[in-house]
Design a protein around this ligand. Structure first.
Ligand code: ADP
Length: 428
């Protein structure tokens, strides 16, 4: 079968071969495009002058774009690439012009969409998933093209990368499902106890007191969860606005340790601190948010420390980016959860919170700041936690253009290092 669009090119690069085809394609399509016909003589001249640039222009497009030809519906092997721009050649690893369509695309939905465009003269769309280490989701659109007399049928296939949209939709759906589940559990418990109190516990003062105590804990749990959810959404809303205040990290740590003193006392946990003088560790920070960061880290440290143990909090007033972002290195595993953009000359205030609790296996470290992520098998008696504390920490530090490192080892404990840019007052 003769092929009016076939390349007579010798052994050139695939890009050049496609470009030659595209140049001819520009001429073919130019003839069929209505704009050319309706434009005045000036318009026609201007468009013709740009035709040689069509291939280069198409290669600059970020979305894969492919021109496909077909002869008859029954002849699947005759569906061939006539042109593929750079993005398409990279994505589909098209080795040569005129390759059969099925050498690069095997997804039946996409092939069907192309057939509809080619032979039914109707636009058609399909989802196209490219499986790999990380699946990528594309939206394929096949559009019929005007067909020159006696030539094969033509369709334009474009692919739009929807991976990020899908991922964020998924995250949102997971988040809603998790939040509802977390709220439903204490709610179910409350409902159950209300029934019991109305029923057989009505005349039993001892049981009533016990149940009311449990109901109080469950109600507190719901309140904590709602507080954390509200915090997280507030922080996300302001994440793109840099903080404008200054916070003396030493006074922040002292305030947090004072506030958590009673909790530590109930567990006989003692604090050890290594702090510079007030004024030597001033951060460019929203004080309220930084209090929340330190509070969440110290509260976790207390929670995962055995009764009678100790928690160490250290503040360092002035470190360069590389030093602030380097783990101490004395624990078996480390992971940098958040790293600020490297800006030369930037100085940081660093806070380290170290506990000697059960530690966290290295596999879990990258996932700790995911919403509702919890390390399986950890027993926490006092406060079940919301699974949102570290997510809040990460978002606040991100807003501050700061960083977060976790180091840990099973049986030897955990250290979180949070660092935020130094404030002006301290530099003065
Ligand atoms: P939670 O409210 O459950 O503590 P976080 O977001 O603060 O939620 O922490 C997420 C998970 O990370 C915790 O459930 C726990 O499994 C683990 N984790 C956090 N801090 C520590 C720590 N200091 N020691 C051991 N595990 C920790």
């Amino acid at each position: 079968m003769s092929d009016p669009l076939s390349s007579k090119a010798g052994p050139r690069s695939i890009g050049a071969a496609f470009a030659a085809l595209a140049e001819r394609l520009g001429v073919i399509l130019g003839r069929g495009v209505p704009a050319t016909a309706t434009a005045g003589p000036e318009g026609v001249g201007a468009e013709a002058a740009f035709t040689p640039f069509f291939p280069a222009m198409l290669d600059l497009l970020p979305d894969p774009l492919i021109l496909i030809q077909g002869w008859e519906r029954q002849d699947a092997g005759a569906r061939r690439f006539i042109y593929a721009n750079n993005a398409a050649r990279d994505l589909l690893r098209i080795q040569r012009p005129q390759a059969a369509l099925t050498t690069a695309i095997r997804a039946p939905e996409v092939l069907d969409a192309v057939d509809v465009a080619l032979f039914d003269d109707t636009p058609s769309q399909a989802d196209y998933v490219i499986r790999g280490v990380q699946d990528r989701f594309w939206r394929a659109s096949a559009l019929p093209l005007p067909q020159p007399l006696g030539a094969p049928r033509l369709a334009l296939l474009t692919l739009r990368d929807e991976t990020e949209i899908r991922r964020s939709e998924r995250t949102r759906a997971d988040f809603l499902a998790n939040a509802s589940h977390e709220l439903r559990t204490p709610l179910a418990s409350l409902t159950g106890f209300i029934e019991t109190l109305r029923g057989h516990a009505r005349e039993d003062p001892e049981a009533r007191e016990r149940f009311l105590g449990i109901m109080h804990i469950q109600a507190e749990r719901m309140r904590g969860l709602i507080d954390d959810l509200m915090s997280l959404s507030r922080i996300e809303l302001s994440e793109h606005i840099p903080p404008s205040g200054q916070a003396d990290m030493v006074s922040v740590v002292i305030d947090v340790l004072d506030a958590l003193g009673p909790l530590a006392k109930t567990r006989s946990v003692t604090f050890q601190t290594r702090l510079p003088s007030p004024g030597e560790a001033v951060a460019a920070a929203d004080r309220g948010q930084i209090v929340q960061v330190i509070q969440n880290l110290v509260e976790n440290a207390i929670k995962y420390t055995a009764d009678g143990g100790s928690v160490m909090v250290e503040v360092i007033g002035d470190l360069a980016t590389a030093d602030a972002g380097t783990a101490v290195g004395d624990l078996p595993a480390r992971f940098s959860i958040l790293t600020p953009d490297r800006a030369t000359g930037k100085r940081y205030v660093v806070v380290r919170v170290r506990d000697f609790g059960p530690g966290i296996d290295r596999n879990h470290l990258p996932r700790l700041t995911e919403r509702f992520y919890r390390v399986e098998g950890q027993k926490v008696r006092d406060r079940p936690g919301t699974g949102l504390g570290l997510a809040i920490v990460k978002h606040i530090l991100n807003r501050h253009r700061g960083g977060l490192i976790v180091e840990s080892g099973l049986g030897v404990g955990t250290r979180f290092t949070a660092y935020v840019p130094k404030g002006e007052a301290a530099g003065a």
